[in-house]
Write a protein that binds this ligand. Structure first.
Ligand code: ADP
Ligand code: ADP
Length: 226
């Protein structure tokens, strides 16, 4: 089965900038696809269109077999992870993890069990009562992952999630993300300008340039070429 189908998608911003010029990509169930390319190639725009944060000028986006062009982000069964974590500073880690679920009307006992499970999975169980300001960068990134995980999304959307971390932590978190994604078997799109990141994470890489796909393939296929 295919989790995500991007069909002939174009994006023209109101100022006339053509950010995406006819892109078609499929992401299979459980697959991790990395969109890679230089700054301005259109990778964030593409991801934001999948998330519903940006209108599609033309083309079609399908999630789990359903066209989502006209659906709000909250109706899309996606979860995003950003570099700035987007955590609520005044809430504890537990409250941050529970927040979205409360809005959905999930029962207290279900919220508690999901938050505890995510805490264990991400090794942040000891920090659930702290505020984000009392956490290290890596721990904050784990909480951001936890917020995505408790949603049980059809797909994770990562937008340069590690670019605020130092090189050592970035390598570590990259492995953690890969292991987590394998374990959960949830499809994922991961956007980065970093080829090493693309190579170590991806099942498949989509190389974008000037709003077009330049290459698609496994890391070995994409980076073994002369
Ligand atoms: P990337 O994520 O690969 O750096 P983006 O998707 O952010 O690329 O941007 C692709 C192109 O679209 C760039 O030329 C950028 O300047 C332009 N762009 C991005 N966001 C907007 C916007 N809100 N309005 C106008 N142009 C934009
Ligand atoms: P809901 O559970 O109804 O989606 P939330 O408060 O969780 O309500 O989310 C509000 C909006 O923010 C929605 O558009 C939702 O898709 C988005 N959102 C919240 N958290 C995340 C996340 N981790 N990843 C992606 N989107 C999120």
């Amino acid at each position: 089965m295919t989790t995500l189908r991007i069909k002939d998608v174009f994006k023209r911003y109101p100022n006339g900038a053509e950010a995406v010029k006819g892109v078609s990509v499929e992401v299979g169930d459980g697959e991790l696809v990395v969109f890679v390319g230089p700054s301005g190639c259109g990778k964030s725009t593409l991801l934001r269109m999948v998330a519903g944060l940006e209108d599609i000028t033309s083309g079609e986006i399908e999630l789990s077999g359903r066209v989502v062009n006209d659906l709000e982000p909250a109706e899309r069964n996606i979860a995003m992870v950003f570099q700035n974590y987007a955590l609520y500073p005044h809430m504890t880690v537990r409250q941050n993890l529970a927040y979205g679920l409360k809005n959905r009307g999930t029962s207290k006992s279900e919220i508690d069990s999901k938050v505890d499970a995510a805490g264990k999975l991400l090794q942040i169980s000891d920090f659930l009562d702290r505020k984000p300001s009392q956490l290290s960068g890596g721990q904050r990134q784990r909480v951001a992952m936890g917020r995505a995980i408790v949603r049980d999304p059809a797909i994770f959307l990562f937008d340069e999630p590690l670019s605020n971390l130092d090189a050592k932590l970035r390598n570590q978190m990259r492995l953690e993300i890969k292991n987590l994604q394998r374990r959960l078997k949830t499809a994922a799109v991961y956007v980065t300008h970093d080829q090493v990141e693309a190579m170590t994470l991806a099942d498949r890489i989509v190389v974008l340039n000037h709003g077009l796909i330049e290459q698609v393939g496994t890391p070995a296929e994409v980076y073994s070429r002369p």
